[in-house]
Design a protein around this ligand. Sequence first.
Ligand SMILES: Nc1ncnc2c1ncn2[C@@H]1O[C@H](COP(=O)(O)OP(=O)(O)O)[C@@H](O)[C@H]1O
Ligand SMILES: O=COP(=O)(O)O
Ligand SMILES: [Mg+2]
Length: 563
Amino acid sequence: VGVPESDLAVARAANPRPIEAVAADLGLAPADIEPRGDGIAKLTQEAVRSATADAAAAAGTTVLVTGMTPTPKGEGKTVTTVGLGQALSALGESTAVAVREPSLGPIFGIKGGAAGGGYSQVLPMEAINLHFTGDIHALTAAHNLISAALDNHLHQGNDADVDVRRVDWPRALDVNDRALRETVVGLGGSAHGVPRENEFVITAASELMAALGLAADLADLKARIGRIVLAETADGDPVTPADLGVTGAVAALLRDAFRPNLVQTNEGVPALVHGGPFANIAHGTNTLVADRVGASLADYLVTEAGFGADLGAEKFADIVAREGIVPDVAVVVATVRGAKRHGLEMWPADFDALAEPDPDAVRAGVANVRRHVEIVESFGIPAVVAINVFPDDTEAELAAIESTLDDAGIAVARSTAYMAGSDGALDLAELVRERAGTGAYAPLYDLDAPLREKCETVAREVYGADGVEYVDGAAADLDRIEEWGHGGLPVCLSKTPYSLSDDPSLTGVPEGWTLTVREASVSAGAGFVVVKTADVMTMPGLPAEPAAEGIDIDADGDVSGLF
Ligand SMILES: Nc1ncnc2c1ncn2[C@@H]1O[C@H](COP(=O)(O)OP(=O)(O)O)[C@@H](O)[C@H]1O
Ligand SMILES: O=COP(=O)(O)O
Ligand SMILES: [Mg+2]
């Protein structure tokens, strides 16, 4: 324990258990897993089926880890998820951790890995952060097979009468590449297809990623693929992969990607790492099937929803929990740097300045933490705050967060899981066990409410907006989606994660503002309506100094610079 030289150094020094022993902790026999390299396995189709057969029997306690409005580096939800899982296990609880698979975009961009960190990470971090078991590559291929089939359909005569100007299916790549946001395909003459504008999204934003994340089983995944709305006909009718006859091929490409991956934490606790949607542009949680496996095979499932409670936790509560994975308690992760940024009203976050001790700014920024606690409690889910302690945090700043929350009657515990693993999260684990199950979950809105009402409910009650303004074609989009019969779906708002509002520069708890909705599209395969606000990007760009510039490999194949 102690401040690690790097996440990679800790990962390399770890002494992982045989994956069969990890599986056995969940009651899985060697025949229930398919090893995929050292310390990695996929569950077999049969193991998934039997573990999720009676989804309602997921009798375990589900802990949802969410957070405050983060800085671009993240405030430690994944670290806390792993650390808390290790602490519950150290207290003798049968525990499974469930987190998403990292996207290569942030790995080579700003954020870095998504496998946790320090003495609270999932291992083997190099494999997990790079190609892992190939699920995201399979999703990229499947996504682009649909694109190729659509453009081939246009080239072969367009029997489905697709309106080339109303194609809403991008191409996908697992990369941050702003140059692909707007492209043109089919150039070069009639032999090369039909010229049309085309955008790329990062695979984490693909509707296929969301469909895989919310499907109950392979048959459901195939049905979801078949009903994805790719485009419209000249008469305004939807065109789907089923219309193109490629549903089976796409589902076949995802056969293995649909099965959850089993790995372990630094301390050998079972970890299901599966699915990878971001929470700003999609629903931001790992797969439902992994949650169901974890909740069914362990007494405690600790799982994470991306970004702040305004994004991942709201989507977990209004989309995932309706499928039966109901959080019994939520952990809101807060940090000194995160609170300080809000207290200083600093955007973008200047990490050098944030390193300067400033207890007063920290205390002022706790208002943002409290707002996220209120958001979680608005779903009837009891919340505890975890202060994720960084090595350079001062006692005065930590005490500023603790005392402000104590005074407000909010349960809070420090976590030093990054430096100390389970030993650093025992207080948090005790608090979680104490508060779990003391609430009564309810989604924020009924599914039969109009789409506009759902948008306004989230805007007002979660984001704190005074209302919603629909600009560009957003109102017509919502009307058309309801005409198509999809009005009963939940909404998945796509919003900046760096503010409770849709303006990243508004820190703290913004008041007196209106949410701007600029477009809506139905993700009929995922089972929600994506509502885009302000200028959220679905294809991020690399920063001025990409993390890629610090990553290297030596002649023995050892990778360096992966955090
Ligand atoms: N307590 C901590 N001390 C030092 N680094 C940390 C700590 N918690 C998280 N980190 C690092 O910060 C980054 C974000 O952590 P992560 O758990 O991925 O946050 P989130 O899931 O909220 O985005 C990672 O590089 C991680 O290693
Ligand atoms: O979707 C975002 O997830 P993190 O907040 O864990 O980076
Ligand atoms: Mg995370």
